[in-house]
Design a protein. Structure first.
Length: 218
């Protein structure tokens, strides 16, 4: 027997239910799409952060490996490094000896030799020389003095005390030698202990015998 539903709202309800089901399906699909997008973004962010961590760890490992290689290289070159250190110490000791000679007894003797050389002049600060020439010209040396007019017979030093003995052609030559000692930065407290006329045993010429004491600075 054929039955026909003649209720007027049945078809409308069926159509509405079908549309509602289709809307729920679309909503579910959209939600799933959003979730997949968020999941993909999260994966990308996590991957990026892990890549940075990996790069940092890799860089640290590379630095440690470099340090290890350098240490191994130094250990391998130990004999060469030790030889180089010995050479450096030898050069340092040589420089220190040269410095000691430059400011020590050797330098003092070089200074005396210079004072007794033609054209030689004392070692001192140029500003100090200029002040002496300006304020006390009597202390200044004579440029044309012949240093051959002085010769030394004794030059000794003990505990910074210097004893100088010798002869000059005249008292003026002895005075000029003293003047130059006083102008030198190597000497202080220059004192004429004795100056007396004498006759040279070889030339039979008159000479001035002298003794000078001073304190040496080095």
């Amino acid at each position: 027997m054929l039955k026909i539903n003649l209720l007027p709202g049945a078809a409308a309800r069926a159509a509405g239910e079908s549309k509602a089901a289709a809307g729920d399906l679309r909503t579910f699909a959209v939600g799933m799409s959003i979730m997949l997008v968020l999941l993909a973004a999260g994966i990308m962010i996590f991957h990026s952060s892990q890549t940075k961590v990996l790069d940092s760890v890799t860089s640290a490992n590379n630095q440690r490996e470099l340090a290890v290689r350098q240490i191994k290289q130094r250990v391998a070159d130990h004999p060469r490094v030790r030889t180089e250190l010995q050479e450096i110490r030898a050069r340092r000791d040589a420089i220190q000896r040269l410095e000691a000679n430059r400011t020590g007894p050797t330098a003092m003797l070089v200074e005396v030799s210079q004072l007794l050389s033609p054209g030689g002049r004392p070692t001192n600060d140029p500003a100090q020389f200029e002040r002496i020439q300006r304020d006390d010209p009597t202390r200044w040396m004579h440029a044309n003095w012949d240093s051959h007019q002085i010769w030394l017979t004794t030059f000794s030093e003990s505990e910074r005390g210097v004893n100088v003995e010798g002869y000059g052609r005249s008292a003026d030559d002895v005075a000029e030698f003293m003047r130059r000692l006083m102008l030198s930065e190597y000497f202080e407290g220059v004192t004429l202990e004795r100056s007396e006329g004498s006759i040279d045993a070889d030339t039979r010429l008159p000479v001035q015998r002298f003794k000078i004491t001073a304190r040496v600075r080095y």
